[in-house]
Design a protein around this ligand. Structure first.
Ligand code: KIV
Length: 256
């Protein structure tokens, strides 16, 4: 097994130009599969609200649910850096709320946490407490009520406010920043400007790495996002496999 990935590993990958591979996972089996497939970072994303729980947004996801899924995923992850999302409402009120929520995720097996937006004091407080923080800018799903249906960010401007925001987040101590649905030229400028790795999703190729939602890569989601890197048609394959199993049982060809 290659060496365990740590925050300094990602910093040196960024420096040397080797791309960082990040994918979400929400349970033991897929944590183990993603880890064995060589992902560098496994994110227990609050996208579990969408793909596991069937919610329309990530807003209903609770800290307790994140703790539960982080504990399950961490049981399968040996090499990758395990990052857990701080869900909506678990860090927005104060630094002490952010620290106590993050401590619970770290005690469930995470090695770092991710939060959305310019929570600079909270990033400083978490870093001070020894908790590595990943930032997240551009389209931030926890602000769906503010953004409305328009997803892509920084389109109408030159992206300078996004660049400024990333500089502040990196300066506050974030070890990496997710750039979601922003123009690739802006993502390239951010990657040049900040000292830490950038992890893109729908932000083009000029990032230090990419993150994708597991269900999108495996083709499990019914909906096809433009930015999804769908590698297999899992939904079709799994339906066929379950259908095959059902027909064996119904025809008496089962082996039990
Ligand atoms: O929750 C999640 O899966 C995420 C990624 C899309 C970056 O935040």
């Amino acid at each position: 097994m290659a060496d365990k990935v740590s925050v300094p590993t990602l910093a040196s990958m960024h420096k040397s130009g080797s791309k960082i591979v990040c994918i979400t996972a929400y349970d033991f089996t897929f944590g183990e599969i993603a880890d064995q497939a060589g992902a560098d970072v496994i994110l227990v994303g609050d996208s579990l609200g969408n793909v596991v729980m069937g919610f329309p947004t990530t807003i209903p996801v609770t800290l307790e649910q994140m703790i539960h899924h982080t504990r399950a995923t961490s049981a399968g992850v040996k090499r990758a850096l395990l990052v857990a999302d701080l869900p909506f409402g678990s860090y927005n009120a104060s630094c002490s709320q952010a620290v106590s929520s993050a401590v619970a995720l770290m005690q469930a097996g995470a090695s770092a946490v991710k939060l959305e937006g310019e929570y600079l004091d909270e990033i400083r407080a978490l870093t001070k407490a020894g908790i590595p923080v990943m930032g997240h800018v551009g389209y931030t799903p926890q602000s769906a009520n503010r953004f409305g249906p328009t997803k892509r960010q920084g389109k109408s401007s030159d992206g300078s406010s996004l660049i400024d925001s990333c500089l502040k987040i990196a300066d506050a101590g974030a070890f990496a920043i997710v750039l979601e649905l922003i123009p690739e030229s802006v993502a390239g400028q951010i990657t040049e400007a900040v000292g830490c790795p950038t992890i893109g999703i729908g932000a083009g190729p000029h990032c230090s790495g990419q993150v994708q939602v597991l269900h999108d890569v495996l083709g499990l989601s019914e909906f096809r996002f433009k930015h999804a890197m769908r590698e297999i048609e899992g939904r079709t394959l799994f339906k066929a496999a379950i259908g095959e199993y059902a027909s064996k049982v119904r025809s008496g060809r089962d082996k039990t």
